[in-house]
Write a protein that binds this ligand. Structure first.
Ligand SMILES: Cc1ncc(COP(=O)(O)O)c(C=O)c1O
Length: 428
């Protein structure tokens, strides 16, 4: 008998760090097993069901045997055509359904395979930081190097938030981006963008894209813009598409998904649209990896995109009300933070008196003592340290309860000044 056979993972696995949220997940799991009622605001997993008209179409499509075969890897033509119509109506962007639209098994799958098709050893990708982990690690898996570009001024990352202005200061970021593009040799090949942004919820206006496209074209850099939260917008804000900038299609693709806009996260339906060469790279690599999404899901996706879109605003309104409850509540208990304009998250600076502890320990303490799970900013890269990401994925009542439980543990409200003893006698 031979000795125990040693099984080794591929070397590229060594470039993936341990999963930073594992300790929190483990503790949450243990607490639940001990019947403790954890209010879970950690993961951006939509908690509401898919609208009934989409479910109804899915049931019909699933009952039709013609949909049980392998489908088309880049998506059936009718779906790609409807995506093109949707983009034209919504953003004024013309897309050729044959060459500028690819359907993906969720945008995460599409973004990952795009990295594999476009990046390799010797290539560099620029990723704004803090970052959604797949933007960094799919490039790393592809063998590329990643340079992060801080979104906030690295000398004072909390400054804007502490002034009660949680917005993103675009000019500083554009300056850092321009510097990275100019100074790095070889010039980076890819820039990842993601607005509205996860985890920070930062948003941009169309002129930001005009500037970025100008910079990228000048330096010969491609762009992947992840538009996952395009519809989860508040206070009248409208999120622009990068592809609406003239010349953007020469260098950029945009990924969008039905996961958040239609509460369809489990259905795994996303899209890549834009630059023809990048779309064909994705379509080619997908041709080797998969046979396309289950056709019934693709047919239900057509119904989602074609039907009246009021349902999407209703979904956003639910998050907006939850946002108000959370932000008002935290401010009331003495934890200053400002309301995000979009996404399913609040990006909240840690209370000053706890910052030394670090976001990881602080989140574990919150979970253990207040039974509220949030994500530590550090999980989104070093530039996320000192912040927490709080997902709006429980109802208003539960969020109110979470704030009460946090209040009870942190006790942040300034204590009232002790009443000074009067030096005069009571009779005077
Ligand atoms: C920024 C961002 N991009 C992509 C995704 C993945 O979306 P999908 O469900 O389409 O794979 C998520 C999911 O949380 C996300 O937050």
């Amino acid at each position: 008998m031979r000795g125990k056979i040693k099984i080794e993972w591929a070397r590229r696995m060594d470039r993936l760090p341990p999963y930073l949220f594992a300790t929190i997940n483990e503790l949450r799991h243990k607490m639940r097993q001990a019947n403790r009622d954890v209010i879970d605001l950690a993961m951006g997993n939509p908690d509401r069901p898919t609208p009934p008209h989409i479910v109804k179409k899915m049931i019909e499509a699933v009952s039709d045997g013609r949909n049980h075969r392998y489908s088309v890897s880049k998506g059936i033509f009718n779906l790609r055509r409807d995506v093109a119509i949707y983009y034209k109506n919504r953003y004024g962007v013309e897309l050729n359904p044959n060459s500028e639209v690819v359907a993906c098994i969720g945008s995460k799958e599409g973004i990952s395979h795009m990295a594999l098709a476009m990046l390799g050893p010797g290539d560099t990708a620029l990723v704004p930081s803090p970052f959604f982990p797949i933007h960094v690690y799919t490039a790393i898996i592809a063998g590329a190097n990643v340079i992060t570009v801080p979104m906030n001024d690295p000398r004072a990352p909390h400054a804007a938030h502490e002034k009660g202005d949680g917005s993103f200061h675009v000019d500083g970021f554009l300056g850092r981006l321009s510097m990275a593009m100019k100074q790095l040799h070889p010039t980076p090949k890819m820039l990842y963008l993601n607005f509205p942004h996860n985890p920070t919820a930062y948003v941009v206006e169309p002129d930001f894209y005009t500037e970025v496209v100008k910079l990228a074209r000048k330096n010969g850099i491609c762009i992947i813009q992840d538009f996952a939260y395009k519809d989860i917008v508040f206070d009248g804000y409208r999120s622009p598409s990068i592809l609406a900038v003239p010349g953007a299609k020469d260098i950029a693709v945009e990924f969008f998904t039905l996961s958040k806009s239609y509460n369809m996260a489990g259905w795994r339906m996303g899209f890549c649209v834009g630059n023809e060469k990048m779309c064909s790279a994705l379509a080619k690599i997908k041709g080797y990896y998969d046979y396309g999404h289950f056709q019934a899901v693709q047919i239900a996706a057509i119904v989602a995109l074609r039907s009246p879109q009021e349902i999407v605003s209703e979904i956003a309104k639910i998050y907006e009300r939850r946002r108000n409850v959370l932000i008002d509540g935290l401010n009331r208990i003495g934890w200053p933070c400002s309301p995000p304009k979009a996404s399913m998250f609040a990006w909240v600076p840690m209370p000053r008196q706890y910052r030394k502890m670090g976001s990881m320990k602080f989140s574990l303490m919150l979970l253990e003592k207040s039974e509220v799970a949030v994500s530590p900013g550090k999980g989104f890269g070093d530039d996320g340290e000192g912040f927490l990401r709080i997902a709006l994925v429980e109802n208003e009542q539960r969020i109110r309860q979470a704030v009460r439980q946090i209040d009870h543990v942190l006790n942040l409200r300034p204590k009232p000044e002790p009443v000074k003893k009067s030096t005069r006698s009571a009779s005077s």
